[in-house]
Ligand binder design. Structure first.
Ligand SMILES: [Zn+2]
Ligand SMILES: [Zn+2]
Length: 185
């Protein structure tokens, strides 16, 4: 019955503090270590971020859902179908409109295993932006100059990319099909 310091659990990871612009929505990411970061230049992200590109932090969905009831009650949800037949659930603050996180629901009703948090909602100084070494994705619709030292992909990185079917490898002649309703961000 001796206390076993060696097996004592590590101090709980408090996660990163997240808030919307007006402060009505406040919570923490499930951990302080996102699985990855991407700057997405797709046209959806340009709209949702009201800017040149959207930046997402990825976390395992199992660590995020179900959302705490108090948080879920405050968030509003905008949904839209994706090209792959899934439904994107976009959570935002009903007061200031800031987009907070995205979760993708598959046709069978299950949730995709990855959730994205909008990185700019992490409170100032709390996220190691440079250390995340973010990829730039969906650069085919980028509206800013892409620097050579950036890791850039026309659409998704080759692997482990989510399934996007025929959308991958779109050439010039397929511009018509280049509807960037990507789902991973
Ligand atoms: Zn707000
Ligand atoms: Zn995007």
């Amino acid at each position: 019955m001796a206390t076993n310091q060696a097996n004592a659990p590590a101090p709980a990871d408090p996660g990163l503090p997240v808030s919307c612009e007006c402060g009505y929505i406040q919570f923490r990411t499930p951990s302080s270590k996102p699985a990855g970061m991407a700057h997405c230049h797709c046209t959806n992200c340009q709209k949702q971020s009201a800017s040149a590109f959207g930046t997402s932090l990825y976390f395992p969905a199992a660590q995020v859902f179900p959302l705490p009831a108090a948080l879920e009650a405050k968030l509003s949800v905008f949904t839209h179908p994706t090209d792959s037949g899934n439904t994107m659930h976009c959570y935002f603050c009903p007061r200031c409109g800031v987009r907070m996180l995205h979760a993708c629901i598959l046709p069978d009703g299950s949730r995709r295993d990855k959730v994205s948090f909008k990185a700019g909602t992490v409170d100032a100084g709390c996220l190691d932006w440079k250390g995340m070494k973010a990829k730039h994705i969906f650069t085919r619709s980028a509206v800013i100059e892409l620097l050579p030292e950036w890791e850039c992909y026309e659409t998704y990185p080759p692997a482990p990319a989510p399934p996007v079917g025929a959308a991958v490898g779109g050439e010039e002649g397929k511009k018509k099909e280049a509807v960037e309703k990507e789902e991973g961000v």
